[in-house]
Write a protein that binds this ligand. Structure first.
Ligand code: ADP
Ligand code: ZN
Length: 638
């Protein structure tokens, strides 16, 4: 089918050689990254595609460059369907900065503004139009598309965040289902669907829902080598978080995820009291406040956003240096998507999570109490278990994460079996053999059940195991159990570790009343057939590559000499001013890496400047002289 499109669309083929020059001239980049070249050529030629690429991989160019090339070849406008209304303004702003005609249609526009965009669209002035799925399928919008289709000026559909179409994804949006209308109504218009996270189940669902059976699939490695994964046992989560920020991220931008609105408010307050510039973000805040906080996070340097998962879908701020989870997400897709917001610029970043027994219990309960049907719950439980076993694992986190997405980690050499950039690789945890302890725990639960016909929660079971005579123990006569005090040599922390591990293994389940139940898998553990290795909890993981506190450019770009540092600071001040004038985030004007390169090379003329990555023709023309002036005067005062 894809080939069929290629033949039908042959005018575009003649311009395939243009693609690298669009990359160079419009975006200022020298080379395509990874599979970009193949994807762009395929989409450009009119083929359908499903693109799975990790966050920061460069998905946008996969439809933006074909959109530009196809527009030049007379195919008209590309429609980008995106659920991220809040970001459309910045995305379109970034395209304008690069000299590309783009606009968005969403609920933030007034009636007049929307009509003006529609007019430009019909006149064929737009290369890209961004719209939310619920708008795309309105009669008014479809009438617009009909008109464009009739005159052959509907070039391409780009369906961003395509996992939203699937209920197995972590961000299901029913409106996405209706997007299928497009390809039925406008046959022959190529489609490219893109997502950063999709396990096999979700991927199959996307294909089915969007009817992309004939589309070529481009699956990139999901590895994010610059992100370091760390999962710690939760003790005093807030103190642990503060220590982490202080030790590794002073003055840097980050996101802290919490489950409840109240906790978000609380943690943000505490961080502010501790001198960290932090802002809260959750769906319960006044929309205006929420918008202001998001804008500040995107536009200012070094803010920490404390948020529920309502925040962040598609936040394309490239210099988020850490993502911290104070509560465990629902599944690995969610975890990977959220942590993926760190380090889009490819520089070092941290993904840090504190988790404990309570997280496991809460997540289980949310699934059990949800109104969904049993099949759905079963899938969700399976997904939660996978996340739990990641958290409990004592081997390389990256290997496990990638395995979850059906990818075998091979590292840069192609032969690696571990990554060297996760907590378990950097400091292999000491293990203790918990097999015996696990058997004791399960048989204790069995005995209690036998004696009382009741199930109890973790606290009571641990009291019995450790031989503590509490009121509850007395009341139920549990001191007479043969298992009373059989694990008095173990600490509560150790027992909690055993409990979590058993839950992760599915050898123990927690019901909606937080009581522990044996499962079908308990027997093998009871019989000693399952070896249980546990992490010996360490009070404070030493970070071998702990970075110094850094709030200056010198720390961020240690490779620059003093004169270059001065230039970089001047360039950043200039960029902040331009960004403010244009009402856009600073990185849309120039990335940090581009400014650092300018500071280091100290270009004297436009020609020198043009060779630097991230400076396309439009930016050269718009800012070249100013940049040279800033570089010149910073060098003089040096
Ligand atoms: P994604 O949507 O996949 O998360 P983006 O499209 O936002 O990723 O790209 C991530 C960053 O990488 C952006 O800042 C983008 O400008 C940059 N980028 C993309 N492709 C290239 C390339 N070929 N060369 C250099 N930088 C690139
Ligand atoms: Zn590792």
């Amino acid at each position: 089918m894809a080939l069929g499109h290629v033949l039908i669309d042959s005018p575009a083929l003649f311009l395939i050689a243009e693609l690298p020059s669009i990359l160079r001239e419009v975006f200022g980049y020298d080379a395509f990254r990874g599979p970009q070249a193949d994807i762009i050529a395929h989409v450009h030629a009119g083929g359908d595609a499903l693109v799975l690429m990790p966050t920061g991989g460069g998905k946008s160019l996969c439809y933006q460059i074909p959109a530009i090339a196809r527009q030049r070849a007379g195919h008209g406008t590309t429609l980008v369907i995106s659920p991220l209304i809040a970001l459309m303004h910045d995305q379109v702003g970034a395209l304008h900065e690069a000299g590309v005609e783009a606009a968005f249609l969403n609920s933030t526009l007034s009636h007049e503004e929307a009509s003006a965009v529609e007019k430009r669209l019909l006149k064929g002035e737009l290369t890209l139009l961004y719209a939310a799925p619920e708008r795309v399928t309105t009669p008014r919008f479809l009438a617009l598309l009909d008109a464009m289709f009739e005159r052959g000026s509907l070039s391409l559909f780009a369906i961003d965040e395509a996992h939203c179409v699937s209920q197995w994804g972590h961000d299901f949006r029913p409106e996405y289902r209706a997007v299928t209308v497009l390809h039925q109504r406008y046959p022959g218009v190529p489609r490219v669907a893109l997502t950063a996270t999709a396990d096999a189940l979700t991927r199959a669902d996307i294909v089915e829902r969007l009817q992309l059976e004939d589309a070529q699939q481009f699956v990139s490695s999901f590895d994010r080598p610059n992100i370091r994964y760390t999962i710690v046992e939760k003790k005093d989560a807030l103190t642990q978080l503060m220590r982490f920020i202080e030790r590794e991220h002073t003055g840097e931008a980050g996101i802290v995820y919490c489950q409840s609105r109240k906790k978000v408010e609380d943690v943000a307050d505490k961080l502010v009291q501790a001198g960290v510039s932090a802002l809260p973000y959750h769906a319960g805040l006044d929309p205006e406040v929420r918008q202001r906080h998001q804008d500040r996070f995107l536009r200012e340097d070094g803010l920490v956003m404390v948020a529920t998962i309502a925040f962040g879908m598609g936040i394309d701020k490239p210099d988020v240096r850490f993502v911290a989870h104070l509560d465990m997400p629902k599944n690995i897709e969610g975890y990977y998507q959220e942590t993926g917001r760190a380090g889009r610029d490819g520089q070092d970043a941290n993904a840090w999570m504190a988790y404990g027994l309570q997280d496991v219990v809460n997540q289980r309960r949310m699934i059990d109490e949800s109104p969904a049907d049993d099949t759905f719950k079963q899938v969700m439980r399976g997904k939660l278990d996978a996340l739990l076993s990641l958290a409990e694992s004592t081997d390389c986190r990256r290997v496990r994460l990638l395995a979850y997405f059906d990818e075998r980690y091979a590292g840069p050499s192609g032969l690696h079996t571990f990554c060297g950039n996760c907590d378990n690789c950097l400091q292999p945890p000491a293990l203790w053999d918990g097999t015996e302890a696990a058997r004791k725990l399960l048989s204790c639960i069995y005995r209690i059940q036998q004696m009382s016909g009741l199930s109890f929660g973790a606290g009571h079971v641990m009291d019995i195991l450790r031989g503590k005579v509490t009121d509850k123990v007395t009341q139920h006569g549990h001191a007479t159990l043969s298992t009373f005090g059989i694990a008095s040599d173990l600490s509560e922390t150790q027992l909690r570790g055993v409990l979590r591990q058993l839950i992760a293994l599915g050898a123990l389940s927690v019901d909606e009343f937080s009581t522990l139940q044996l499962t079908a898998s308990s027997r093998a553990v009871l019989k000693g057939e399952v070896q249980i290795n546990l992490r010996l909890s360490v009070s404070q993981p030493a970070d071998k590559r702990a970075r110094n506190l850094r709030s200056t450019d010198k720390a961020t770009h240690p490779e620059l000499d003093a004169a270059a540092q001065t230039r970089l600071s001047a360039l950043k001040a200039w960029r902040a001013e331009v960004a403010r004038e244009h009402n856009l985030p600073a990185y849309v004007i120039f990335h940090d890496a581009t400014l650092a390169a300018i500071a280091s090379q100290a270009p004297r003329n436009l020609e020198d400047l043009q060779g630097i990555s991230g400076i396309g023709l439009k930016k050269l023309e718009a800012y070249g002289r100013d940049v040279l002036r800033v570089v010149g005067s910073a060098s003089v005062t040096d």
